[in-house]
Design a protein around this ligand. Structure first.
Ligand SMILES: [Fe+2]
Length: 467
């Protein structure tokens, strides 16, 4: 090990020790010490619909039980007005996977319903140990162009049941049947272990919405858990079994990189954590995306990754993403890039890259948002790339997609519209971004009189600490 490497290693060790000591008593869930709130039982739990690449004709469901349930079995029927759903239901069998977590062993189940009719309401249930879940209903995508709406959430991460729950539930109360929900990474905090209670809280926060509205899940840095000192990280052991993804990404990154089509919109999920840790993984994803977009005939392209191309908060720059990904986004006319990680709100189109043929008024529109209670402050050096920013706001976003327009709205947890813009697509494929709120509307700043750190408004965990 060279002298420089040794120094870097020593610094990492010291920083980690300081961090571990400082947060040794932090609690990130509402579960009392020693109480077993989230071990797997005979009844199915953590039931979640995961969007497939063909949502007009297929739907995947994941759920969890104890390990006594050795078969993955689900039933599906057209949603009927009558209670005898089971009479016409088709039984579909999948495969369980065993996972050992700190709440004990569990079986994670996956079933994919296929040959479904487009734009149709279905009912399904999943099996536990001599019992069933309730019947849940979901609607398939249309197979022709039809306007739809979806939710986009930034990081939930800390005190998830206490504070993220009101955001996802408020979004649902104000919007009828969204097509899907996109979570842009850091759903939970994890990082230094395998905290199954945090996953339990995340599933509790979304509750039955997870089982009725398909999800798209982006992996953030906190979905990776590390051994000692974070020197080697791997995906949380629950991640893959509980979030089935399409398996159509580049080799070596298929669990976290993939694409989906919802009618005339292509949705691409990238893995910025792997890209930042290993530049080869940034290049691999750029080449895969370049090929994918060159062949795409979709009207709209939406990309989501956790770390932002343009940061909003101080000291969180990700130049490797700008070097390898931004040129691909611009070359192929990506419309919208949905991101998290910075624990602030910000959106902007930024200046076109040198040599780019995109116009000043077109996308990509880069957005950073946050849904949970961990809040940072805006870094002044990043302002030139942002047209609208905010601090200390728990937000959800509704995004309506029609043939000629994307209508984006950011709503605070108390139901106030904080930001809005539209992207208009002309007949030749060009686009124009228009602000839909006055750009001199004051930005929301941190109000916490007792900031935990100069660049943090809230840590998020102190909100559930006992007096
Ligand atoms: Fe993050």
């Amino acid at each position: 090990m060279s002298h420089d490497s040794l120094s870097k290693f020593t610094l990492i060790v010291l920083a980690t020790l300081v961090c571990v000591l400082a947060h040794a008593h932090d609690k990130n869930t509402l579960v009392p010490e020693g109480y077993d709130a989230y071990s797997a039982g005979p009844m199915p739990d953590r039931i979640i619909l995961m969007m497939t690449p063909t949502p007009e004709s297929s739907q995947t469901v994941n759920w969890r039980t104890n390990q006594a349930v050795s078969q993955s079995l689900a039933q599906i029927s057209l949603a009927l007005p009558t209670p005898g759903l089971h009479l016409e239901a088709k039984t579909v069998i999948g495969e369980p996977r065993a996972v050992d977590a700190d709440n004990g062993g569990a079986h994670y189940h996956t079933v994919t319903f296929e040959n479904l009719e487009p734009d149709t309401l279905y009912a399904y249930r999943v099996m536990g140990e001599e019992t069933w879940s309730e019947w849940f209903q979901f609607k398939t995508a249309a197979n022709a162009e039809k306007a739809f709406k979806f939710f986009y959430f930034g990081d939930a991460q800390n005190s998830v049941k206490s504070h993220f729950s009101r955001v996802i539930r408020e979004a649902f109360m104000r919007n009828e049947r969204p097509a899907f929900m996109l979570h842009a990474g850091d759903l939970v905090n994890l990082r230094d272990g395998n905290h199954d209670d945090e996953w339990g809280e995340w599933f509790d926060a979304g509750a039955f919405l997870n089982a009725m509205i398909p999800s798209i899940i982006v992996a953030g840095n906190h979905e990776f858990v590390g051994g000692l000192l974070q020197l080697k990280r791997s995906l949380s052991p629950q991640f893959e079994p509980q979030f089935t993804t399409p398996d159509n990404g580049p080799d070596g990154l298929k669990k976290t990189v993939y694409h989906l089509s919802y009618q005339n919109t292509l949705i691409v999920v990238l893995d910025s954590m792997s890209a930042i840790y290993d530049e080869d993984d940034a290049i691999k994803q750029a080449q895969w995306l370049d090929d994918l977009l060159a062949k795409s005939e979709h009207r709209w392209v939406i990309v989501s990754q956790h770390h932002p191309i343009h940061s909003v908060s101080a000291g969180r720059d990700n130049p490797v993403l700008r070097e390898h990904w931004q040129p691909v986004f611009e070359r192929h006319g990506v419309d919208l890039v949905l991101q998290g990680h910075d624990h602030t709100y910000g959106r902007g189109t930024s200046a076109p890259l040198p040599g780019s043929n995109r116009s000043e008024t077109s996308g990509p529109m880069y957005v950073v948002s946050v849904a949970g209670p961990k809040m940072y402050v805006i870094g002044d050096e990043d302002n030139p790339n942002m047209q609208r920013m905010g601090e200390e706001l728990q937000l959800y976003q509704t995004i309506e997609v029609a043939s000629d327009r994307i209508h984006f709205q950011a709503w605070s947890a108390d139901g106030v519209l904080y930001d809005a813009f539209e992207i208009l697509k002309n007949t030749s494929g060009g686009s124009t971004v228009n602000d839909l709120i006055p750009m001199d509307t004051p930005i929301h700043r941190c109000t916490n009189p007792n900031r935990p750190e100069a660049d943090r408004c809230w840590n998020g965990k102190e909100l559930i600490s006992l007096p």
